[in-house]
Ligand binder design. Structure first.
Ligand SMILES: [Zn+2]
Length: 427
């Protein structure tokens, strides 16, 4: 493997000018070739084919610090659906249940140990999708506090909201504990929630190959939560699979639909029209196929799972063609879906489903930064955005799996080299 010559670190008083062969800005539908990028440790200052203006460079600078014409530069990746309180890479079911018996402080400690690894993998942001142990909220606080360690941006909804006795009790508190949707939302916002997570449906019944339980929440109830969240300026993300439940969350007006298995084409059209984003999370279902023996799934169940994934792939391609805002999320923490590595797998699965590599990369960078109201500016290569990006000489436009190979990660100007040999323990 060729040895990477590390680029120089940037500082607040030391700007770096790179000339790169290919630049993916996170939103454009075509790459920019032979592009110039100037940044300091805080933010990107210039992007374009033209020479950067002298006042954006170091005094007297007339040449780039580095010519990287064989390299592609792209924004650091965002995982829009993770559960930091879970360890996804652990495949032994007994170990998984023992893991969950730990105290919230212990779960938080494990989650903290993942943070630097994620940065080194090129994951610069994660939207936690809920836990009731306060792990996501603690990380969100850590991220916005003064003594932030080396970590991706993290935000969290805290405890999700579900209906008592229905799916989701491991990460949600029941609506019935509250007087009203407004009070339920207010409690979470007071606890520090950055957004509101709803669980309006159950999950796929793998044996039947369908979502067999009726939705937990009516469209009216969901609408009450959405309206309450808006009074606090918060977005709403909704776990929803099965077309009946998907109808409810569309009618309720959530900001994003998570999973969305069995979504119909007419629902995709309504999602596009209402600007409801879709986070399709292929990885947790694909991992049930990959580890079918260990899960005890017979050939009939594996057949069901494969059929579901094929249908999901078709919907993804249609959604993208129709203009639905597709955002990548791995559901990291689910069985077999390791933090960080799970997102790289999710991107490969989206590519395998039929999206172009560039569409996949945009779904994991600019799409989230435009739609999900993050509190930080990342996910795009554009002046004013944070200096957080990936440089690789293995073109991800040929295959997004190249993002697993040797690469440089620039994080607020600091440079990390990552080989293809990541220590996956604890992820
Ligand atoms: Zn999830």
């Amino acid at each position: 493997m060729p040895k990477i010559d590390l680029i120089s670190p940037a500082a607040s008083e030391r700007r770096i000018w790179l000339r790169v062969g290919t630049l993916l800005d996170g939103v454009s539908t075509a790459p920019l070739r032979d592009a110039n990028v100037v940044y300091d440790s805080k933010s990107i200052l210039f992007v374009g084919k033209d020479l950067p203006p002298a006042d954006l460079l170091n005094p007297g600078q007339t040449e780039p610090n580095h010519e990287l014409l064989q390299y592609t530069l792209l924004p650091g990746l965002t995982d829009a659906h993770t559960h930091f309180f879970l360890e996804g890479g652990e495949l032994d079911p007994d170990n998984r249940s023992t893991y969950l018996k730990q105290t919230p402080a212990q779960l938080l400690d494990h989650a903290r140990q993942r943070l630097e690894k994620l940065v080194r993998l090129g994951i610069m942001a994660a939207r936690d999708a809920g836990d009731k142990d306060g792990v996501g909220l603690a990380l969100s606080k850590l991220c916005s506090g003064n003594s932030r360690p080396l970590m991706p941006y993290v935000d969290s909804p805290g405890a999700a909201i579900h209906m008592r006795g229905r799916y989701g009790s491991f990460m949600a508190e029941p609506f019935e504990d509250c007087f009203s949707a407004q009070q339920c939302v207010e409690e979470r916002v007071r606890a520090g929630a950055d957004r509101i997570k709803l669980i309006p449906t159950g999950i796929i019944n793998f044996k039947k190959g369908a979502v067999t339980a009726a939705p937990q929440m009516s469209a009216e109830r969901i609408g009450e939560f959405v309206a309450a969240a808006k009074t606090f300026g918060k977005q709403t993300l909704a776990h929803a699979s099965g077309d009946a439940g998907i109808d409810h969350v569309i009618d309720g007006g959530v900001d994003s639909i998570e999973h969305g298995f069995f979504v119909r084409d007419d629902q995709l059209a309504r999602m596009r029209d209402r600007e409801i984003a879709w986070v399709p999370t292929f990885a947790p279902v694909q991992c049930q196929v990959d580890h079918a023996d260990r899960m005890g799934w017979d050939s009939e169940i594996v057949g069901n799972l494969k059929k579901i994934l094929e249908q999901h792939a078709k919907s993804l391609v249609k959604a993208h063609a129709m203009g639905v805002q597709v955002i990548a999320g791995a559901d990291a923490g689910s069985y077999g879906v390791a933090h960080g590595l799970g997102l790289l797998y999710e991107l490969e699965l989206m590519q395998r489903a039929g999206l172009s590599p560039l569409a996949v990369i945009n779904s994991a960078t600019g799409a989230g930064s435009k739609r999900l109201a993050f509190k930080g500016k990342f996910g795009q290569i554009k002046p004013g955005f944070l200096s957080r990006f990936i440089l690789t000489h293995y073109s991800p436009l040929e295959d997004v799996a190249n993002l697993r190979k040797e690469r440089m990660v620039v994080f607020d100007g600091t440079v990390f080299a990552t080989g293809g040999d990541v220590d996956a323990s604890g992820l």
